[in-house]
Write a protein that binds this ligand. Structure first.
Ligand SMILES: CC(C)(COP(=O)(O)OP(=O)(O)OC[C@H]1O[C@@H](n2cnc3c(N)ncnc32)[C@H](O)[C@@H]1OP(=O)(O)O)[C@@H](O)C(=O)NCCC(=O)NCCS
Length: 171
């Protein structure tokens, strides 16, 4: 089944969403729509099926991000700062739909949007803060690398722009 992926709207049933983790559950229920429509501080994209358009299979949220040269980005150190990037602020699949490839599908869609917007406003790639160390392996599987932490508490990864483009193949 190929889901529809669209910007979050009022008909999406946010209350029923459960990915098994509190933070993304609360975000979709309480903040995602307002943040997208009214505050315009992030954009949440929702996947649903044609048969049941209100049921949320999964979602991801993108925000603008700026990077102040972490050591692993030394190549950029002479460029004007901050550097513009995209952040994958949330990615979650409802438990009923997990392990069926939808996480990958939404991640690839987020990478595609990162490449598409660069045609209008340049960015250096897609960043993410994996919510737990076990999720690091999920992102590694798509080529994300750890950003050298300036803050040892922070677990941040990124997929450089060229890798985003390579992962999508010819477009
Ligand atoms: C993590 C999450 C988004 C993955 O989505 P999913 O639909 O279950 O994953 P997929 O079926 O698309 O799996 C794609 C690949 O990632 C792997 N994978 C999935 N979850 C993984 C995990 N937690 N750790 C490591 N690898 C994982 C799968 O094995 C699969 O690899 P394969 O193709 O080699 O078999 C989903 O489990 C989820 O929503 N978890 C709760 C919220 C969360 O932790 N989000 C991450 C925020 S940073």
């Amino acid at each position: 089944m190929t889901p529809t992926i669209e910007v979050i709207q009022s008909f999406h049933n946010r209350d029923a969403f459960d990915c098994g983790v509190d933070d993304p559950n609360l975000f979709i229920k309480r903040q995602a729509r307002q943040a997208t429509e009214r505050k315009r501080i992030s954009t949440t994209y929702v996947a649903s099926s044609l048969e049941s358009p209100s049921q949320i299979i999964g979602y991801y949220t993108l925000v603008n991000y700026s990077v102040i040269v972490p050591p692993s980005l030394r190549v950029y150190k002479t460029y004007p700062h901050p550097l513009l990037a995209i952040k994958l602020a949330r990615l979650a699949i409802d438990q009923k739909w997990q392990s069926r490839g939808f996480g990958e599908l939404l991640l690839v869609d987020a990478i595609r949007k990162t490449v598409e917007v660069s045609g209008m406003i340049a960015n250096i790639g897609l960043f993410v803060d994996p919510s737990t160390s076990s999720i690091v392996e999920f992102y590694k599987g798509y080529g994300f690398a750890k950003v050298e932490p300036t803050d040892p508490e922070k677990l941040e990864m990124w997929l450089p722009f060229d890798s985003c483009r390579r992962l999508l193949g010819p477009i």
